[in-house]
Design a protein. Structure first.
Ligand SMILES: C[S@@+](CC[C@H](N)C(=O)[O-])C[C@H]1O[C@@H](n2cnc3c(N)ncnc32)[C@H](O)[C@@H]1O
Length: 182
C-alpha cells in the first residue's frame, strides 16, 4: 500500500526522486547509529510515506520528538496517521528547518536524517539546505544523508569536519548512507 502510493507520487512529483521507499535493512542500519537515548530532537527531511518514522517512533524515548519536514502534500496526509504526540509533520521545505524548529519551541536538533534528492536540486538550494542544517544542529549533532550517489559528499565537507560513507544494506537500487559531524 505504502509502496504503491510512493510509486504513484514518483510519477507525479519530480521532487520524490525514488521509485520505492528505503528498505527496512537500510533504515535499521542508519537508525542503529543515531544513539536514540541521547537524541531528544530528531528532524527528518523528506519522510515520504513515513518508513523511518515507523521505525523510530517504536524505539524513541517518551521525551523525544520527531519533526518531519516534507514538501509533498499527499505524503504529509499519510504521515498524519502517526497519532503520537512525539511526531510533528510540516508541509515545508528542508531549507526552512530553523523556522520549523522554532515553531516546535526548539533551538536545535540532536540529529537530522535526510532522504531528499540533493542531486535533483539546483546548486543554490543544495547549499542552503546543508548550511541551514549545520546551523540547526547542536555542536555534537549528526547529519545522516541517504542518497543513490556520493555526489553530495563534497558539499557536506564544506560545513562539517568529518563525513563518512557506507553502503545501505539490501536496497534496490543501491543506496549510500553519509554521516556528517564535527
Ligand atoms: C527519495 S524520497 C525518500 C522518502 C523516504 N525518506 C524513504 O526513505 O522512503 C525523497 C522525499 O523527499 C521529499 N522532498 C523533496 N524535496 C524536499 C525538500 N526540499 N524538503 C523536504 N522534503 C523534500 C520528497 O517529496 C520525497 O518524499
Amino acid at each position: 500500500m505504502s509502496t504503491a502510493k510512493f510509486f504513484k507520487n514518483f510519477l507525479t512529483d519530480t521532487k520524490v526522486g525514488a521509485l520505492t521507499p528505503t528498505s527496512l535493512h537500510t533504515i535499521r542500519q542508519l537508525c542503529n547509529r543515531i544513539g536514540l537515548d541521547h537524541s531528544r530532537v530528531i528532524v527528518e527531511y523528506g519522510p515520504g510515506t513515513g518508513v523511518f518514522g515507523e521505525f523510530l517512533l517504536e524505539r524513541m524515548p517518551a521525551a523525544s520528538e520527531l519533526i518531519m519536514i516534507e514538501t509533498n502534500p499527499v505524503f504529509c496526509e499519510m504521515l498524519k496517521r502517526f497519532e503520537d504526540p512525539r511526531a510533528h509533520v510540516f508541509n515545508d521545505s528542508a531549507e526552512n528547518v530553523r523556522d520549523v524548529l522554532s515553531q516546535c519551541n526548539e533551538d536545535s536538533a540532536d540529529c537530522i536524517i535526510s532522504g531528499i534528492p540533493f542531486t535533483l536540486f539546483g546548486e543554490r538550494l543544495r547549499r542552503r539546505v546543508i548550511e541551514n542544517t549545520r546551523s540547526a544542529l547542536t555542536e555534537n549533532g549528526r547529519f545522516f544523508v541517504c542518497q543513490y550517489s556520493t555526489f553530495v559528499k563534497k558539499y557536506l565537507k564544506d560545513h562539517f569536519g568529518q563525513v563518512t560513507v557506507d553502503m545501505g544494506l539490501f536496497n534496490i537500487p543501491p543506496m549510500f548512507i553519509l554521516e556528517a559531524f564535527d
